[in-house]
Design a protein around this ligand. Structure first.
Ligand code: ADP
Ligand code: MG
Length: 425
């Protein structure tokens, strides 16, 4: 079979700049397990764009893992084909295929009798890399997943925490720089704080590497946080909705998806935007040493309720109301330890938390070197939610196709929205 199929050397003509991943197409793929009445995966056609991270979510047993494992042919499809970068890999040598597809499973799936370095070196060794190149690559990867090579390369898996094992699992999957990475509930076995850190690292790594990543998760919030596209499946890998996180949250295809999203879709939407994405309100500025009456006059003229007192470097100190200013003579240089402050990089969700505990019902936003940038209030956040709804109403460009032949016919007959919408893409 062709060697060119999924090499990690970029093919500029076929991929957008900076993208090292490969496109994947599942073409009418069906998997029947012996002795099972219904197929585990039923006529699934799914496009996974190069360089994107696609999340598979859905109830237990709906066929997520089966679908994932058919991509590297750990499970052979009963019908249909898998096309990677335009070439059918369905009949390619499976072992060879798997050397070019990174695979990460829960708890890392490390070999317990091998050191961290030896675990990471498995595929490079099979590919015949020389010792020096392998050693350099191991260290480079350990750095990438935030493990100090000097400390960790010679440890054994049992000498690592769950989160560290998971990091080594990711490093191992990336060892030979494969264009495709498959992950099956990769962060399911670690505590929430470690999980959040691993997710952030994964986003960081992906922003540098632009792999094509397919990731199964049972955690919808994880799907929203990590995914460029989310595929919501029901039993038999029936694709219920294949959409951006924004559109899934703002416009779930049906009740099944709504239930899957769970309560607080609006709040989840707020984790998709950062303070830097919204317009901030301006404030009347006062400085220590000024007469309070002068500042009061300015905010009254502007129709504001508060003034922001900043120090000589522009950092906020106090946020007095009209009433508080009325009780002052001169503005002091004291810093209020309770000031509700958020950074520009905070999510709107974090900002809302801060606003809700502040007596002003708003928060001060600071930028580089903690300088005051403006005020964010609940109205701004509501505007952002409305804007997200408007944006979500716009059809995304280059939306990948996802259909099941079966569900297409059923939904068309039933006249419901979801499948029909998918079919239109
Ligand atoms: N090796 C197997 N033999 C028979 N049935 C299987 C096998 N693996 C999975 N299944 C069945 O296929 C369906 C899909 O399983 P799976 O892909 O593991 O689901 P998920 O990952 O979404 O939880 C389930 O009904 C499961 O019981
Ligand atoms: Mg599974």
């Amino acid at each position: 079979m062709s060697e060119s199929v999924i090499t990690s050397t970029p093919a500029p003509a076929a991929r957008p700049e900076g993208v090292t991943g490969a496109s994947i197409l599942l073409d009418q793929v069906t998997k029947r397990y012996p002795g099972q009445k219904r197929p585990a995966v039923d006529g699934l056609t799914l496009e996974i764009p190069a360089g994107k991270m696609v999340m598979f979510v859905g109830p237990s047993g709906c066929g997520k893992t089966t679908t994932l494992k058919m991509i590297n042919r750990l499970i052979e499809p009963t019908e249909g084909s898998i096309i990677i970068n335009g070439e059918d890999v369905t009949r390619m040598n499976g072992d060879e295929l798997r050397r070019k597809i990174g695979y990460v499973i829960q708890a890392g799936g490390l070999f317990p009798h091998l050191s961290v370095a030896a675990n990471i070196a498995i595929v490079p060794k099979m590919l015949g890399w020389d010792k020096a190149r392998i050693a350099a690559r191991v260290d480079e990867l350990l750095e990438m997943v935030s493990l100090d090579p000097a400390i960790y390369r010679n440890r054994f898996p049992k000498e690592l925490s769950g989160g560290q094992q998971q990091r080594v699992g990711v490093a191992r999957a990336l060892a030979a720089d494969p264009p495709v990475l498959l992950m099956d509930e990769p962060f399911g076995a670690v505590d929430p704080i470690t999980r959040q850190r691993l997710q952030d690292e994964m986003l960081q790594i992906q922003s540098e590497l632009h792999k094509t990543i397919v990731c199964v998760t049972h955690d919808f919030d994880e799907a929203v946080k990590l995914g460029d596209w989310i595929a919501v499946f029901d039993a038999g890998a029936q694709l219920v909705q294949y959409d951006t996180p924004e559109r899934l949250l703002a416009d779930p295809a049906n009740e099944f998806v709504e239930n899957f999203i769970g309560s607080g879709a609006g709040l989840k939407q707020l984790t998709l935007s950062r303070v830097s994405d919204v317009d901030l309100a301006e404030a009347i500025i006062g400085r220590p040493g000024e007469r309070a009456a002068d500042v009061l006059e300015r905010i009254t003229a502007a129709g504001h309720g508060h003034a922001v007192i900043v120090d000589d470097r522009g950092r906020p100190l106090q946020w007095p109301s009209r009433r508080q200013l009325g009780r002052m003579e001169t503005i002091s240089a004291a810093a209020d330890p309770q000031l509700p402050v958020v950074g520009m990089r905070a999510t709107l969700n974090d900002a809302l938390d801060t606003m809700l505990v502040s007596s002003a019902g708003a928060a001060l936003v600071t930028g580089r070197r903690e300088t005051f940038q403006g005020v964010i209030d609940v109205g701004t956040v509501m505007d952002a939610i409305n804007k997200a709804h408007e944006l979500a109403a716009i059809e995304p460009e280059n939306a990948p196709v996802g259909i099941n032949t079966g569900s297409l016919q059923t939904t068309a007959a039933a006249g419901t929205g979801a499948g029909g919408e998918q079919a239109g893409r």
